[in-house]
Design a protein around this ligand. Structure first.
Ligand code: B4P
Length: 184
């Protein structure tokens, strides 16, 4: 089965970590908008220069920019895929719906990873990326609650949402992700 999936959840919940494992176990294209943006920043491309300051403030990069990235990758791909970090707000979710209708690639499932704020902050501080200091992390959590969390209801209303218990080791959470995939 070639899955078409997306991971939803706050920064630090382990979306990127589990997405890598899942994509490799099921031969899926792993599309992380965060990783793709960081690659642009590293390459100092015009897109990267525009994104860098926004990311370091913990805010969301413009919808148009992120959408262009996702469209170009999905349009040229045959087979399953896994979106990680996208969509991040309602306009992105609606644009994704349109794109998937256009490509005739319906989404199968949304995997929701959630964790309490203290554990999220602890994990991100331990990682220590450029946008992983406590002030910026708290702001990213606020942006998540305001802009991304409404997508939980959006996908739940369609019966596509599967919550994954996200505490415990990477292996334990990995098993929970696989269970959620098997669920009807
Ligand atoms: P992202 O790159 O998406 O990063 P994230 O939300 O911070 O991380 P994630 O949840 O994937 O956590 P991870 O597995 O790495 O976003 C960064 C920025 O990019 C955004 O703030 C925004 O500016 C921009 N951006 C991205 N997408 C966008 C979009 N669609 N629209 C607009 N802007 C966008 O795990 C975190 C840490 O926890 C790691 O160190 C990991 O090793 C550890 N960990 C994972 N699982 C664990 C476990 N079970 N136990 C202990 N530690 C664990």
């Amino acid at each position: 089965m070639s899955f078409r999936l997306l991971f939803l959840g706050p920064p630090g919940a382990g979306k990127g970590t589990q997405a890598q494992l899942l994509a490799s176990n099921h031969q899926l294209l792993h599309l992380s908008t965060g990783d793709l943006l960081r690659a642009e920043v590293k390459a100092a491309s015009p897109l990267g220069l525009e994104a860098e300051a926004v990311m370091n403030r913990g805010e969301l990069v413009s919808d148009a920019l992120v959408l262009a990235i996702v469209r170009s990758r999905l349009s040229n791909h045959e087979g399953g895929w896994l979106l990680d970090g996208f969509p991040r707000n309602l306009p992105q979710a609606e644009a994704l719906d349109q794109l998937l209708t256009e490509l005739n690639q319906p989404l199968h499932k949304v995997l929701l990873m959630e964790l309490n704020d203290d554990e999220l902050v602890e994990r991100l501080l331990a990682r220590g990326r450029a946008d992983d200091n406590e002030t910026v992390i708290r702001h990213r959590l606020q942006v998540y609650r305001e802009q991304t969390a409404p997508l939980i209801d959006y996908y739940q209303a369609r019966g596509q949402l599967h919550a994954v218990p996200s505490t415990g080791s990477i292996e334990i959470v990995g098993r929970a992700v696989e269970e959620a995939l098997k669920a009807a």
